[in-house]
Design a protein around this ligand. Structure first.
Ligand code: PAF
Length: 286
């Protein structure tokens, strides 16, 4: 695995790969890697000849300074994991490589209502930061395929909107949520939970399963009320649970009509914010 810290170094290597007609798959991360990231990497290895992984803890997407400071950065462990999984290039840029002084502004993306609900409502400015860094990384790496996880449902929806509105040639591939055996969705933030909290956090999955198992027979308000109760009774402090249209991300009132339905939640435990979601119905299943 080659480790590159500059844009030019990475781009030189990618140009050589392209001259040899290799396709490029890209997995952007903020490090603290886990099996969920490894499943994205495996998908990328299956779909492309060469796989680039970036680790960059992007300051512009954190709306709380303390969250940015506490974000785990186990770089040696991450590097070893990536080597073991046969990644071709690890891109480890500094902040000045990503955001040099003379950087042109990110193109304006019209997100409509996509960023006004759920994460957008509770983390002001977060998606502007995500768009900024992903656009920048795609400009540097220019991959054929971009691999992102379903766990950040609103994030991948917004990145797809960005790809639709820019002339970037990359295609987005969304990979399923990777869960532990007890249902807890894999997340870099889990590393900061105590062993006891990791057990409690499985109530997030249980609350989503409750919604999934009952959404054909129970109304929205009752589903959300019960699901909030499942989380609270395990000691979680839920910020929101929403049942939304999977395309528009707007709350749904009549769950029987929509063709793409997703339940999304964010919940606090031991001062750590965890997010998860579950697709309840998707049109191509019809
Ligand atoms: O999902 C993440 O880890 C980050 O939001 C991303 C896409 C790497 C951008 O910083």
């Amino acid at each position: 695995m080659k480790i590159l810290k500059t844009n030019r170094g990475l781009q030189n290597n990618i140009s050589k790969e392209r001259n040899n007609k290799k396709s490029i798959g890209f997995v952007p991360t903020m490090g603290a890697l886990h099996d969920g990231h490894m499943s994205l990497i495996q998908e990328a290895q299956q779909g492309c000849d060469v796989v680039v992984v970036s680790i960059f803890v992007n300051p512009t997407q954190f709306n709380e300074k303390s969250d940015l400071e506490k974000y785990p950065r186990p770089i040696e462990r991450d590097t070893a994991m990536l080597k073991e999984h046969g990644v071709d290039y690890l891109f480890l840029p500094s902040t000045t490589q990503i955001y040099p002084k003379n950087l042109a502004p990110t193109p304006k993306i019209n997100l409509g209502q996509l960023a006004t609900t759920m994460e957008g409502e509770h983390r002001p400015g977060h998606f502007e930061g995500v768009i900024q860094v992903v656009h920048r990384l795609l400009t540097i790496v220019s991959p054929d395929q971009l691999y992102m996880g379903q766990k950040d449902f609103q994030q991948f929806t917004i990145i797809q909107a960005m790809l639709n509105q820019t002339n970037l040639k990359t295609q987005l591939r969304v990979c399923p949520i990777h869960r532990q055996d007890d249902g807890l969705a894999m997340s870099s933030r889990n590393a900061r939970l105590s062993a006891a909290a990791k057990k409690k956090a499985t109530a997030i999955y249980e609350s989503l399963m409750y919604i999934k198992n009952n959404f054909m027979t129970t109304g929205r308000d009752q589903l959300i009320k019960e699901a909030l109760e499942i989380q609270k009774s395990s000691g979680l402090d839920p910020e929101y649970i929403d049942i939304a249209d999977g395309h528009t991300l707007q709350s749904l009132t009549d769950l029987r009509k929509a063709k793409y339905v997703v339940a999304c939640t964010a919940s606090w435990l031991e001062g750590i914010r965890l997010i998860d979601n579950m697709i309840l119905r998707k049109e191509d299943e019809y």
